[in-house]
Design a protein around this ligand. Structure first.
Ligand SMILES: [Mg+2]
Length: 213
């Protein structure tokens, strides 16, 4: 029986980076893309539209940039410890991201995540096309993923936790049992039930009453 479910945002939550910015750096467009990301995470732009705009800067990049970027990702301090504590306490862990499947998939394996979902970068003939394929994971899709995984795990919504930093996490934070702002933008800190100010996810272990064995 699953006792509870914790769903994390990925960029700037489970990892320290914004993957789209690392990818854009390879295209020589980091500054441009960072400015748009910052505005999107503050909730000033429509996420889907801003994602399409940012991904378009990646058009023509060699597909090998994906692996090279994965190697640069820094997992947030305390993330592994927290995930292990959740599992040890009978919980499940999900990650839902406005980033990309091609990078989240190996990360999910590494961290032992139970569920994960992100956008899919389109790659044709070994090159990024500057587009994403399929449904865009925006704030609504993040909330849907949390609901779906709770249902699948037989966990009632009151026993779900959502952890995130950006405006696109607000919908999942509104539907879950306990919302946690981590490393978060002002708007997210204002709306969350709990704010973790330290850049260390293991701070959540005692707060959630988890055992570490
Ligand atoms: Mg984020």
């Amino acid at each position: 029986m699953t006792r509870f479910l914790v769903v994390f945002d990925v960029d700037s939550t489970l990892i320290e980076d914004e993957v789209i910015e690392l990818l854009a750096e390879a295209a020589g467009k980091r500054a441009e893309v960072s400015a748009v990301t910052e505005r999107a995470m503050r909730g000033e732009l429509d996420f889907a539209e801003s994602l399409r705009e940012r991904v378009s800067t990646l058009s023509g990049l060699d597909g090998s940039v994906i692996e090279a970027t994965y190697e640069r990702i820094k997992i947030t301090k305390g993330a592994r410890k927290l995930i292990d504590a959740i599992h040890a306490s009978g919980g499940k862990v999900g990650a839902v991201s406005g980033g990309f499947n091609q990078l989240l998939s190996p990360l999910a394996d590494l961290l032992g995540l139970d569920f994960w979902r992100a956008n899919e970068l389109e790659v044709i003939d070994g090159k990024l096309t500057g587009r994403v394929v399929g449904e865009i994971i925006d704030r609504k899709a993040k909330a849907s993923a949390l609901r779906e995984w709770a249902l699948q795990s037989g966990v009632e919504m009151g026993r779900t936790v959502a952890v995130g930093d950006g405006a696109n996490d607000l919908d999942m934070m509104a539907v879950c049992g306990l919302s946690v702002a981590f490393n978060a933008k002002p708007k997210v800190r204002d709306e969350a039930q709990l704010v973790v100010a330290a850049q260390d996810l293991s701070q959540l272990i005692p707060v959630l009453g988890l055992s570490t064995k």
